[in-house]
Structure formats: structure tokens, C-alpha cells
Write a protein that binds this ligand. Structure first.
Ligand SMILES: *Cc1c(COP(=O)(O)O)cnc(C)c1O
Length: 388
């Protein structure tokens, strides 16, 4: 197998090496307060071992902690309640740190192992930090995180509990992003910043492989719709990447419709899709994010340009939900399926509730439940009308 990076915008190939994050010529066009220019795709040539997920780092470097292979299951009471016989939940809450972010951290840690890099640094709204801290602890790699002081307390405690270094930023996630980039440029530490490090997109593709494998194993056929919670847009691009790989391998015949589910107070990608524009022009005016769903609260979606291009290429859709709809969906999901999801993931479920009547009940709908509700009990308490 031959592996390399390729600029998603101009097609320039690059080697997969430390200190290579973006396309040089496209990144030179970067404007302040806009999504990243020059995000790189991971590409491969050759024939992967049948039945495996092709990944750019050899298995010998994988961290010694199980990540992924999460459950896909049929929520019977929800199916009855909503007359949705083909509704599925992909339960990524059961990753080690409680979120889908572990898929990306796992591949980034494998890369660090391969190249003997001793420190990983990142900015995060919370889950990427707790995830990298967990995987770093398993692997024996130092992790330094820049986290807005407003991040939910459970995520901060996770970071410290796993033994990572926590830099609390008195500012937004977007400011933490820039601070962490400065640090990695000065020190040469490996950056795990989402979208900036191409392996963050690549690592998340495994979710798409598992969805297809599990549906086929259960005799349920291919997925038709996947509901994805979207902030920076890396999960969305990662899941698309998985389906693109599966198409290339002949394991599916078409790419499912992905629904980018966003909170009303952080909906830049949905608005960009509706604008009809492409590239950074579609992201003219960054608005300060304001939503109960902290994991999808971003002012500037770092992977916005890349995710928007994938949505357009594959006929993806976007759906915007209000905080009240997110909290109501969180309660419905918990009390009708037994799965307590964090608000971001509940936004994906709320998105499905909103558009489900436009979808044939014959079609398989998968909701990506990306993080556990225990990570942010304050938000859930608001939904319950409690003052804690
Ligand atoms: C990060 C995160 C998201 C959003 O992913 P993006 O790549 O930022 O779009 C959704 N849900 C959970 C639980 C997350 O941690």
C-alpha cells in the first residue's frame, strides 16, 4: 500500500511526515477568522487486506487501548414511538474517554509513536482534550491541552485525571486553537488540532466502516442516511471519507445521505450550504457561537471549507435545531432508548426528528451518538428544569 496526503482543494500531493499539516500554496491564502485553507486528505493506492480498514499507520504503532468497534443497535421503543422501523443508533459513547474523538486521537498517537514524537498538543472544546489525554496516558505520550475556561467541568477533570497538562484559556475555543498552534510551531510538538492535522479526519472514518459492516452482518442492507452532529465539521468529513473508501473498495454502491446537524447558535456550515457559495466566501461573517451543545459550539468551523465541499459533492443535507429541541431530544432519547447522550449528539437526534417525515421508513437511518451525556450534566439539568 502506498500512502500520501493530497490537498483537498488543489490536488497537490505531500508525504505523510511530521510537520506536514496543510497544503503550502493553499494555506498561504488563509484569511483571519475563516475556516482552514489547504486541508489535506489521506490517500492510498494498492490493495488493502480484505476485511480490514485501510489506515495510513501500521498496526504495530497502535496505542494499547481498544478504540472503536462500538455498537450499532436497534432502539425498539424509539422505533415504535416514531414509526421508524429502520432507525439505528451508533453508540460511540462507549469509547474509552466517552466520545468519538478517541478514533482520531488513536491514529494521531500511532503517528507519534511511529515518528518517536514525545509530546502532543491541541486545543479543544473539551472532548478532543479528554480523548487525547486518555489515549496519551495509554501510550505513554505527554499531552498538553489548551481548553477554554468555560469547558464543562467533567471534561476538565478527565484531562487532569488522565495526567495531561491543562492550560485554561480565558477566551474562546477559537483563541485556544491559535495559542496551541503557536506552541506546536515553537516547540515542534505534534499538533492534534482538529482538521489541521489530517489524521483527525482520517481517524474518524472507521465509524463509517463499522456502520456498513454491522448493518450487512445483521442482514439490514446499506445505510441510506447518517445523522452527524457538526461543529468544526471533522466528524462529517471523516465519515464521508469512510464511505468514499468503501465505495472505492466496492463494498457499497452509493454514498449515503449525510445530514449535518447543527445548533442554531453555531450553524456556520449549514448556513454556508444554504448560501450556494463555495470556499471561504461561503463563510463571510463569523458569529459568536451560543448553544447549550458545547461540543459543536464554534465561531469559525475549522474544517468548514472541506466539509462544505464534501456536502456539495455527495448531495449532503444540513439541518439546524434550536437548543430547546436539542434538550427535548436528549430527554426523549434517554427515556425511550436508555442512551444518555450529550447535547451535541442529541442535536443529531433532534435533526432526525425534524426531517424524518421527508425520509422513507424503508430506509436505514443511523444516528451518530458521538458522546456520553455524563460529560455535561449541567446541560441535561437545564433540560430537566433543575437548577444545579
Ligand atoms: C467534537 C464533537 C462533535 C463535533 O465534531 P466536529 O468534528 O467538531 O464537527 C460532536 N459530538 C461530540 C461528542 C464531539 O466531541
Amino acid at each position: 500500500m502506498k500512502w500520501f496526503y493530497r490537498c483537498a482543494t488543489c490536488g497537490t500531493p505531500y508525504g505523510i511526515l511530521p510537520n506536514r499539516y496543510l497544503c503550502d500554496s493553499c494555506a498561504a491564502l488563509q484569511q483571519p477568522e475563516r475556516p482552514l485553507e489547504g486541508v489535506l486528505d489521506v490517500e492510498w493506492e494498492g490493495t488493502p487486506v480484505p476485511g480490514t480498514i485501510p489506515l495510513p499507520i501500521e498496526a504495530e504503532w497502535f496505542p494499547p487501548i481498544p478504540v472503536g468497534n462500538t455498537r450499532l443497535w436497534a432502539p425498539q421503543r424509539l422505533r415504535q414511538e416514531f414509526h421508524a422501523p429502520n432507525l439505528w443508533l451508533k453508540e460511540d459513547t462507549c469509547n474509552p474517554s466517552g466520545s468519538l474523538k478517541d478514533r482520531a486521537s488513536y491514529l494521531v498517537a500511532a503517528f507519534a509513536q511511529k515518528y518517536g514524537m514525545k509530546e502532543i498538543v491541541l486545543a479543544s472544546t473539551g472532548n478532543a482534550a479528554s480523548s487525547m489525554a486518555a489515549i496519551g496516558a495509554a501510550t505513554g505520550i505527554k499531552v498538553k491541552v489548551f481548553l477554554p475556561a468555560s469547558a464543562p467541568v467533567a471534561k476538565r477533570i478527565q484531562v487532569l485525571q488522565y495526567g495531561a497538562e491543562l492550560i485554561s484559556v480565558d477566551g474562546t475555543y477559537d483563541q485556544a486553537f491559535d495559542l496551541s498552534l503557536d506552541y506546536s510551531k515553537q516547540t515542534g510538538s505534534l499538533s492534534r488540532n482538529t482538521a489541521y492535522n489530517p489524521l483527525t479526519i482520517e481517524g474518524k472514518k472507521t465509524a463509517a466502516f463499522e456502520i456498513v459492516n454491522d448493518l450487512l452482518k445483521m442482514g439490514a442492507g446499506a445505510p441510506h442516511h447518517v445523522f452527524v452532529p457538526v461543529g468544526d465539521g471533522v466528524i462529517l468529513s471523516g465519515v464521508y471519507r469512510g464511505f468514499e473508501n468503501l465505495l472505492k473498495l466496492g463494498r457499497i454502491r452509493r454514498i449515503p445521505t449525510l445530514w449535518a446537524c447543527q445548533a442554531e447558535g453555531s450553524s456556520a456550515i449549514a448556513r454556508a450550504l444554504a448560501s450556494g457559495k463555495t470556499g471561504s466566501e461561503a463563510f463571510d461573517h463569523p458569529l459568536p457561537s451560543n448553544t447549550v451543545a458545547d461540543s459543536i459550539a464554534v465561531d469559525v468551523p475549522r474544517n468548514g471549507i472541506h466539509a462544505l465541499a464534501r456536502l456539495r459533492q455527495h448531495g449532503g443535507q444540513a439541518v439546524i435545531v434550536k437548543d430547546s429541541e436539542i434538550l427535548a431530544a436528549q430527554k426523549t432519547l434517554s427515556s425511550t432508548s436508555g442512551l444518555f447522550a450529550e447535547p451535541s449528539s442529541s442535536a443529531a437526534f433532534a435533526g432526525w426528528i425534524k426531517v424524518r417525515e421527508r425520509i422513507s421508513p424503508e430506509e436505514n437511518c443511523v444516528i451518530l451518538i458521538s458522546g456520553t451525556g455524563l460529560k455535561d450534566i449541567k446541560a441535561a439539568a437545564i433540560g430537566l428544569g433543575l437548577d444545579i
